[in-house]
Design a protein. Structure first.
Length: 95
């Protein structure tokens, strides 16, 4: 079963995703504020405060898909860095 990401409003957030976000941001040597500003300039929706909360060890449990897509676009990484894409062949035998 495949679900269109546009039909999903929120995704579960965990420590692995928080660490991934923190690592990607630091690898790009961009501050939270600069990343938030870049997102806003690109017409996205994710403030530096939200980025801080997503990176915290006591992480938020959910993130909006809209915010995550904005983050990925600004960091220039695919959404698959945070969301596993699984292709199931329903009714087909795989070898």
């Amino acid at each position: 079963m495949l679900i269109n990401i546009k039909d999903v409003q929120f995704l579960r957030w965990d420590t692995t995703k928080a660490e991934t976000l923190r690592g990607l941001r630091k690898a790009g040597t961009i501050s939270r504020r600069a990343l938030g500003d870049k997102i806003l300039k690109q017409g996205g929706n994710c403030s530096h405060e939200n980025i801080r909360n997503l990176e915290k060890d006591n992480f938020q449990q959910y993130v909006s898909v809209e915010s995550l897509i904005s983050l990925c676009e600004a960091l220039e990484v695919p959404l698959s860095r945070f969301v596993k894409v699984v292709d199931h062949n329903i009714g087909k035998k795989t070898e």
